[in-house]
Design a protein around this ligand. Structure first.
Ligand SMILES: NC(=O)c1ccc[n+]([C@@H]2O[C@H](COP(=O)([O-])OP(=O)(O)OC[C@H]3O[C@@H](n4cnc5c(N)ncnc54)[C@H](OP(=O)(O)O)[C@@H]3O)[C@@H](O)[C@H]2O)c1
Length: 265
């Protein structure tokens, strides 16, 4: 049985995961984090009697309950401190929260390695998003110019999304050809060409009706390839991936990015 402390258990993504864990034989919730519902039973808050753990106002308090895996599903502002606290308590960590910068993950990696613990950071647990990352890496070996479009709902605070941040980080390892007019020589507002994220040009759209979509366009003379992932409105697509991450993270040491690092793809 894998004991999990879930930070963000009352949120959109965390509550869906918590409800699924209640019906999962090999994973159990030992503590939950949410400031609003601190002091209550998670089962009462979510209307799921099979969940018997308590809700705490902070990760530090929740981690007084020993756990195998800490799942971070809160906000970009609190994620890093929560992860470092969890590693300090000897837990492996699954990170669902988006918005952690490369520098944050590098700092987390140092602590995780010194503690011999695994951190699996997944910008998107959905299978179609995982496959987008893999297919894009493959395409980039053959087509050396691309740009990325990041779509999300208009109240998403972080940009780019975790999915796109992860995609750009992966493609940073592949040689890329500069476009014919380098971005800094743009005639007109430079921002129109997007931001350079880990070497890739990224354009973010924030509008109602989107959940999360990511699109990568590869271009070469007279040919173009577009690969795109779209999420629907429920948090269901993230559950199976998060459960897989929870089951596999203890086999890792240090920070690993993307669910495919524990999948046989
Ligand atoms: N990796 C993936 O596949 C995936 C999928 C969906 C979402 N996400 C990401 O996961 C994160 C959460 O998304 P969401 O839509 O579930 O957000 P949400 O609905 O706003 O939920 C956030 C949760 O975190 C808690 N929280 C927020 N700040 C906190 C703090 N300082 N201390 C303790 N608890 C805190 C909230 O409870 P209180 O406000 O009561 O504290 C709530 O339970 C975002 O970064 C999102 O982009 C990733």
């Amino acid at each position: 049985m894998i004991g999990v402390c879930l930070a963000g258990a009352t949120g959109w993504a965390g509550s869906e995961l918590a409800r699924s864990v209640a019906k999962t034989a090999d994973v159990t919730l030992v503590a939950a984090v949410s400031r609003t519902y601190a002091g209550r039973s998670l089962g009462d808050v979510l209307g799921e009697p099979l969940l018997r753990c308590s809700v705490y106002a902070s990760a530090e308090q929740a981690l007084t309950n020993p756990c195998d895996v800490f799942v971070e599903y809160t906000t970009p502002e609190s994620a890093k401190a929560n992860i470092l606290t969890a590693l300090g308590h000897g837990a492996h960590v699954v990170v669902g929260t988006s918005g952690l910068a490369d520098a944050d993950l590098a700092e987390i990696d140092v602590l995780a390695r010194s503690r011999q613990r695994g951190v699996l950071a997944c910008g998107n647990f959905a299978l179609t998003a995982v496959l987008l990352q893999r297919f894009a890496e493959l395409a980039a070996k053959y087509i050396s110019q691309w740009e990325i479009i990041d779509y999300a709902h208009d109240d998403k605070v972080d940009a780019p999304s975790g999915t796109v941040r992860e995609l750009a980080a992966r493609l940073a390892k592949v040689p890329r050809l500069e476009s014919a007019v380098p971005v800094e020589r743009t005639v007109g507002p430079r921002e129109v060409r997007g931001a350079t994220v880990s070497g890739s040009q990224v354009h973010a759209i924030r509008l109602p009706s989107y959940v999360i979509s990511a699109e990568i366009i590869f271009g070469m003379p007279d040919q173009r390839l577009t690969i795109r992932h779209d999420s629907g409105s429920s948090a269901r697509p993230y559950v199976d991936g998060a459960l897989l991450a929870i089951r596999r993270v203890s086999g890792l040491v240090g920070v690993h990015r993307g669910l495919d690092s524990v999948m046989e793809l």
